[in-house]
Design a protein around this ligand. Structure first.
Ligand code: TRP
Ligand code: SF4
Length: 378
């Protein structure tokens, strides 16, 4: 492949995937086939609509579910700010895989070290942000009885794994995966490998299938971790971790990656309804230049943030209504102003409901996090 055509996935930069088939081919991600989807006990919205498009070794997890075996669900978040729609996706997937079997156990890493390395966020501040994030995670439906929550900065076994793994990684290898980066980010990648293999340590019951639901931009971390899992298989008995991948969604203004520099693009889950409404009403659409043109030609829902990101990916559960909505737009029966107002009523309802639940989860979030932190200060 010529250099300028190579797909570069930078988990700390602005990853943008034009062609998911090529991405899968180049990196060996398997497509999420109908056959696999049918084996899942129930199909989440993100799976039915193929927002989750690919996987590695999902079969190991399906087998565990079918044979009533235990497995781990692992993810992490960088506590760099309040929860927005991007974090909602990963969290919903985490909760979904946790709910598929009573033998599933969740591991949730708060990547405060990565937030420091990447965004210079002090550890005390990321603790506060993590609390807010956990409140959202609980409100989204996390089962608190089957999850282990921890912060990277005080999780000795994870840090120890990162160090152990560093023996097998040369500068050339890590540079080939991530490009030239500060060592803090390389170290964060090793810590993340530690996160992902942490569920397989003896104190958590030893080797087991582990599913890591992530955005496509995290694949470099998954590849590195699978490579390390096979290098250290003899020593630790690791099973290569499985992963599912979701598409990278645009922000509300149509930009390819959410960025704090563009606040109108980000919808926060704890955002006041008044400002959320303004953002939705100003979102990027697939509408035409004039009303006349749109009635004549129809809109372009496949290009529209309101349709793809807000309704399809996030807020409209009903498949039949989604399809009707698509055709209403496509045939010019509805114009963007009315359409957004209608979408807003659905989103408003969701946000109001979420924020009510959220308010009730504060204490529980504190408990989940505090238990760990008090005993493990510097
Ligand atoms: N790197 C992830 C992010 O930027 C956070 C993360 C840390 C993570 N550890 C993980 C994700 C383990 C999945 C699995 O959001
Ligand atoms: Fe998007 Fe709705 Fe406009 Fe169609 S009518 S382009 S779905 S905002």
């Amino acid at each position: 492949v010529p250099d300028e055509e190579r797909i570069v996935l930078d988990p700390w930069g602005t990853a943008h995937v034009k062609d998911y088939d090529r991405l899968m081919q180049e990196f060996g991600i398997e497509p999420l086939t109908d056959e696999l989807v049918e084996r899942l006990p129930f199909q989440h919205r993100l799976i039915r609509r193929r927002v989750i498009f690919g996987h590695r070794d999902l079969g190991l997890i399906l087998k565990a579910i079918e044979e009533d075996g235990s497995y781990a669900v692992m993810t992490g978040i960088k506590p760099s700010g309040d929860y927005h729609l991007g974090a909602k996706l990963t969290s919903e997937e985490f909760i979904y895989f946790q709910s598929l079997s009573p033998k599933a156990f969740g591991f949730f890493a708060i990547a405060d070290l990565e937030a420091y390395a990447d965004n210079k966020i002090p550890l005390e501040e990321s603790h506060r942000i993590a609390l807010s994030n956990l409140t959202d995670l609980l409100a989204l439906g996390l089962d608190p009885r089957r999850v282990y929550v921890y912060k990277q900065s005080v999780e000795i076994p994870v840090l120890r794994l990162a160090f152990i793994f560093s023996r097998a990684v040369t500068y050339n290898m890590i540079e080939a995966i991530y490009g030239p980066k500060p060592f803090g980010l390389y170290f964060s990648a090793l810590v993340q490998a530690g996160d992902i293999l942490n569920p397989q340590l003896p104190q958590h019951g030893g080797p087991k299938p582990t599913i890591v639901p992530v955005g496509a931009d995290q694949d470099p971390h998954i590849r590195l971790t699978r490579d390390l899992a096979s290098k250290y298989r003899e020593e630790f008995g690791f099973i290569l971790p499985s992963a599912t991948y979701h598409r990278l969604l645009r922000d509300l203004t149509g930009q390819e990656k959410m960025s704090k520099r563009n606040p109108m693009g980000i919808l926060y889950l704890n955002e006041p309804l008044s400002s959320a409404r303004v953002k939705v009403m100003q979102a990027f659409t697939g509408g035409r230049a004039t009303a006349e043109e749109q009635r004549r030609l129809g809109g372009e829902p496949e290009k529209c943030v309101v349709f793809v990101e807000l309704l399809l990916a996030h807020f409209l559960e009903d498949d039949k209504r989604l399809e009707e909505w698509y055709w209403e737009c496509k045939t010019g029966q509805i114009l963007c102003g009315e359409c957004k107002a209608r979408a807003w009523t659905i989103i408003e309802h969701w946000l109001r409901n979420h924020q009510e639940k959220r308010n009730k989860m504060r204490d529980l979030a504190e408990k989940l996090l505090e238990e760990k932190t008090l005993s493990q200060q510097w």
